[in-house]
Design a protein around this ligand. Sequence first.
Ligand code: NAD
Length: 294
Amino acid sequence: MERDCFDDNEELCREEISEENAGEEIYKEKRVSERINMAGRLDGKIAVVTGSGSGIGQAIAERLAQEGANCVVDYRDHVEEAQATRDKIEAAGGKAVMVHADVSVLADCTNLIEQAWAQLGSCDILVNNAGIEKEADFVDVTEADYDAVLNVNLKGAFFLTQAFVRKLQAAKKPGRVINISSVHEDMVFPHFSTYCASKGGMRMLMRDLAVELGPLGITVNNIAPGAINTPINKSLLADKPKLDALLANIPLGRLGNPEEVAGVAAFLASDDGSYVTGSTYFLDGGLIRNYHEQ
Ligand code: NAD
């Protein structure tokens, strides 16, 4: 069996592959050609992606690298997860540095941005992705729960963006802020009031900063995922009746993949997204539009 491929000079040629390796080889070939087609949109750009040791953050870091960016991989607890992300970035041809930063701690936020400049020479793209959720009836929410969720999801994004903008302003550079909010920046989620408060806050923060930072050439947008197949949904994925009920509400009939979120992040980070600011991109298989009259 023969296939089209690229040689070392990236010229199209044909090579023979055995029948038994055919499936795997074709898959690899697809990945390589995807990389070739996507390469370049973010050449020379530097991105900070918070919480990029897993799930959506990891997929975004990998995708930005596939398009030419170098990345700061932020992690709080699991260095081995950050190392896996670094390996993916390097496999995509990018440069990666790992920085430990708890985004709920102001000094860590400042240091994270400083490290991008110190170790990679600049910072053009900030992806506020780190996030947590805690389930509790409203009447039972503790101050500790409130602080934990709001401090990671909202305060972290707020002060990271501030540190990012201060550096851009000093360097007279434009930039991109991409927040990973949630359909729950807009859609109710009973028993997750802290999460809704944090993501709703992120929606207004994004809109406000789009106006305030527009004159500096800084765009600010949200990506609002619905149900994506990541570790944050571990308990949902293990609860079949609950999962089936959710799937019945999703017009596309399935969960999303982190890579599908990453594709929109890459668009917003690239020149293709240069005139987009103050917008939320819902990425939810139609979930938020699926209201039926009772
Ligand atoms: P995830 O649990 O895999 O990712 C969250 C990441 O944030 C983890 O890597 C975690 O270590 C990191 N993190 C948590 N607290 C942190 C802190 N204080 N400092 C630094 N990092 C911290 O889950 P995910 O689904 O990839 O979540 C990513 C983002 O997407 C979150 O903001 C989440 O709210 C949002 N989101 C996810 C879904 C979904 O269905 N998966 C839907 C809507 C929104």
